[in-house]
Write a protein that binds this ligand. Structure first.
Ligand SMILES: O=C(O)CCC(=O)C(=O)O
Length: 278
């Protein structure tokens, strides 16, 4: 969908665009369904769901129980949810890449793996896991100057679910972040003194695209519900300073060295897989 000249001007001046009903609601519903299914499979196998067709509230309560009773498995579910095919497919959707191109990201490239959030104080050991402080994504991305973030709510996010909050126009102030805290480029307190945040309530199917320099933070989820969203970051491989700087890539991704399930697998477990397939 082509952006009109007002939208392009708003992006340049405000640093973000909220595009209502930009994606099909069933596409985003599919990502949330699959992400929830990861938790449901573990909840079922551990007897933490009361019935065959659990309600949404029962699933959320089950997730909270898993979080409290078996944090390693909860965290593993969270990690698997970051690798869902539906999530990655959405990040490659032409409609999202086209948006990036329209604001000048001539040669979009994936900056880092997509991120899927399921924010609730009930599912967090510390605040940053459900409510991120004011930050700029560029500080952790360190990519092209015109890099963009596309933020996609996976459910309706009215004010009580704490939608994203942004400081309009803050992208024009450049880098106002001196340190990375908990993986986020934390905006300097002195910068925030006279700044006002604008809350962006959204519906499933909307997208919010913003400059990686835009100062933003999570709103406060004061509801009992989980706030589901996903975020995609793109650099421009054609941006002059990114080329000159030699395409820096600050993300580290490597396997742990230890065997995570001790003593697993034994040989018969492996050979049984192939006997079954024959
Ligand atoms: O969704 C949120 O509340 C914050 C996410 C965010 O700011 C980010 O991933 O950079």
């Amino acid at each position: 969908m082509p952006l009109n000249s007002q939208q392009l001007a708003a992006y340049r001046e405000q640093g973000f665009l909220h595009l209502p009903a930009y994606l099909h609601a069933d596409v985003v519903a599919g990502v949330r369904r699959e992400a929830r299914q990861v938790f449901i499979r573990q909840l079922e196998s551990r007897g933490l769901l009361p019935q065959i067709n659990p309600t949404g509230r029962e699933i959320d309560d089950g997730m909270a129980r898993l979080f409290t009773e078996n944090l390693p498995v909860f965290m593993n579910c969270g990690k698997q949810a970051q690798h869902l095919v539906s999530l990655h497919r959405l990040g490659l959707d032409e409609r999202l890449l086209d948006l990036a191109r329209q604001v000048g990201v001539e040669w979009p490239n994936i900056c880092t793996r997509p991120v899927l959030y399921f924010n609730s104080p009930r599912l967090a050991k510390s605040e940053v896991y459900w409510r991120v402080f004011p930050h700029q994504d560029w500080r952790s991305m360190q990519g092209s100057l015109d890099s963009v973030v596309i933020w996609v709510p996976l459910i309706d996010l009215p004010p009580e679910l704490g939608p994203l909050e942004v400081v309009p126009g803050s992208h024009l102030d450049g880098l106002v972040t001196s340190e990375v805290v908990d993986n986020f480029g934390k905006v300097d307190e002195s910068y925030l003194r006279d700044k006002e945040f604008e809350s962006l309530p959204v519906s499933a199917g909307d997208v919010v695209m913003f400059s990686s320099f835009l100062v933003h933070r999570s709103g406060t989820n004061s509801s009992p519900d989980i706030r589901w969203s996903c975020h995609f970051r793109y650099n421009n491989l054609a941006e002059a300073t990114f080329v000159e700087r030699g395409y820096p890539h600050p993300y580290v991704y490597k396997p742990m060295e230890e065997l995570l399930t001790t003593g697993f697998p034994v040989q018969p477990q492996v050979s049984a897989v192939f006997r079954k397939a024959a």
